[in-house]
Design a protein around this ligand. Structure first.
Ligand SMILES: NC(=O)c1ccc[n+]([C@@H]2O[C@H](COP(=O)([O-])OP(=O)(O)OC[C@H]3O[C@@H](n4cnc5c(N)ncnc54)[C@H](O)[C@@H]3O)[C@@H](O)[C@H]2O)c1
Length: 452
């Protein structure tokens, strides 16, 4: 029996028990950077997991025991398969699931507005197969109100007339809904995944409790909150906090450059304060699926309430200007060597949006390359994670990885992403000029290095 006697119902008790004894069938929709690791975590805990994706190539790769995410080895996929994991494009199999997690993309459209088409398509695909007593959890980052205003109404248009469990109504014709944000920090190995507390906000208390029970199987701590909107806002607060603080150090870096002060040394010194300070680091601009996009989900929603989110706008403005700063700094450094950027050979080191990961989304390197090309530079790139960079929603590069050799032939080498595998001493030694946007050359004293 669960502790939530007041919200008890046959469906609730049944799912609670299945989650406790690991017989619950778990469906994960969207097998990307968020969804696939979730599949593996639940499989490790002996749940039978089914992955759903519209990308047939991904489904086929997984069916063959393969992986398409660098940090996930094939052996882990195969271990999950041995525990019963299968992947499919067939949504009718949703009916077999007890709990369904949704981890589909939430990008911005061309006008910097939330593009919820993936969530809408997913909800519409689930609805015909929805069963009473199922738990549906949205993980995709989005503005507060999405679960209640968008997801639930679509799910409730199901052929069986099932309704989301509300208040104390967990009756026979209900299903459970919750929002629980993903908090993964790709490439960060300092915190084990299971040690990242999982926030869960259900549409009613029973949904919250079931959601916590579900994630309690793979995370050491769950944090129940009173509503999906609280959980949705929690995720945005976390990312806006980072976005604003990164913008602050980026702005201070520009000032420090003018004043001849090393911002990195300043941050290191400030970090010795044992309270009230958390270090953030400047860089060539922000990237990834979260920090550049998520704040705009909130500023868009805020307009509905006649509210202008000024911190978000200002931070966005500063962070977006950083690739332009890098290009201007490269131009100035070449100028000091009596060279023009126009016609210069430039090597961009690292195109992933941050170190040691194989993710290119919203990477500032892409903008930097395009800006350099616009100025007439002959641009090459090197990145151990990308043999080829094609085109995406906002860029069209079609470039091949350049081997890290004969660096002398480049007029400038720009360190955009400080992958750990790079030997920075060797890079400085063999280059004519190094523009360092990440403090990767810390401790290397050379006139060739320009920190920017
Ligand atoms: N990547 C991260 O580190 C991270 C961290 C925190 C939160 N998030 C959030 O998690 C969500 C997912 O991000 P991601 O990085 O895993 O994205 P992703 O692009 O890596 O993966 C999304 C997957 O969903 C699939 N998909 C799209 N529409 C679908 C549909 N209708 N049905 C089934 N599958 C569908 C895509 O084919 C893709 O495989 C986003 O909202 C993102 O903001 C991501």
């Amino acid at each position: 029996m669960s502790t939530a006697q007041t919200v008890s119902s046959a469906h609730f008790e049944s799912l609670h028990k299945k989650l406790a004894d690991r017989t619950a069938r778990i469906g994960v929709i969207g097998l990307g950077y968020v969804g696939l690791p979730l599949v593996l975590l639940f499989s490790e805990q002996k749940f039978r997991v089914t992955g759903f994706d519209i990308d047939k190539t991904k489904v086929d790769t997984l069916a063959q025991g393969g992986s398409y995410i660098v940090r996930i080895p094939e052996t882990e996929i195969q271990a999950a398969q041995a525990a019963g994991f299968t992947a499919t494009t067939d949504y009718s199999r949703i009916a077999e699931m007890d709990a369904v997690l949704i981890a589909v993309p939430t990008p911005l459209n061309d006008h910097h507005e939330p593009d919820l088409s993936f969530i809408v398509a997913t909800a519409e695909a689930i609805a015909p197969h929805l069963r009473a007593g199922q738990l549906i959890v949205l993980e995709s980052t989005t503005y507060p109100g999405t679960t209640e205003e968008l997801l639930v109404p679509i799910l409730e248009k199901n052929p069986r007339g099932l309704k989301a469990a509300r208040g104390e109504n967990n009756g026979n014709s209900t299903f459970f809904v919750a929002f629980s944000p993903e908090r993964e920090d790709p490439g960060n190995d300092t915190v084990a995944r299971a040690d990242i507390p999982k926030v869960a906000g259900g549409f009613n208390p029973a949904a919250t409790e079931l959601c916590c029970k579900l994630y309690g199987a793979i995370f050491h701590r769950t944090v129940p909150v009173s509503a999906p909107a609280v959980a949705e806002m929690t995720k945005l607060l976390e990312n806006i906090y980072r976005c604003v603080n990164i913008a602050l150090v980026n702005e201070l870096k520009m000032l420090c450059l003018r004043m001849g002060i090393n911002i990195w040394e300043v941050i290191q010194a400030a970090s010795t304060k044992p309270f009230g300070f958390h270090p953030f680091y400047p860089g060539p601009g922000i990237g990834g699926h979260c920090i550049p996009l998520d704040p705009f989900y909130l500023s868009w929603k805020a307009k509905e309430y006649d509210f202008h989110t000024r911190f978000i706008e200002l931070a966005g403005e500063i962070n977006l200007s950083m690739p332009y700063h890098v290009v201007a700094a490269t131009m100035e450094a070449l100028n000091r060597r009596r060279k023009s950027l126009n016609g210069s050979k430039v090597l961009v080191l690292g195109v992933a949006y941050k170190k040691d990961i194989d993710d290119l989304r919203e990477s500032p390197a892409l903008t930097i390359i395009e800006l350099l090309q616009k100025e007439g530079a002959q641009v090459s790139y090197n990145d151990p994670f990308f043999e080829y960079v094609g085109h995406g929603r906002k860029y069209k590069l079609e470039m091949q990885n350049t081997p890290l050799e004969n660096l002398q032939r480049f007029d400038a080498v720009i360190i955009v992403t400080d992958h750990s595998s790079y030997d920075y001493k060797w890079i400085v030694q063999h280059s004519q000029l190094v523009i360092d946007t990440r403090n990767a050359t810390k401790g290397i004293v050379s006139e060739k290095v320009v920190r920017c």
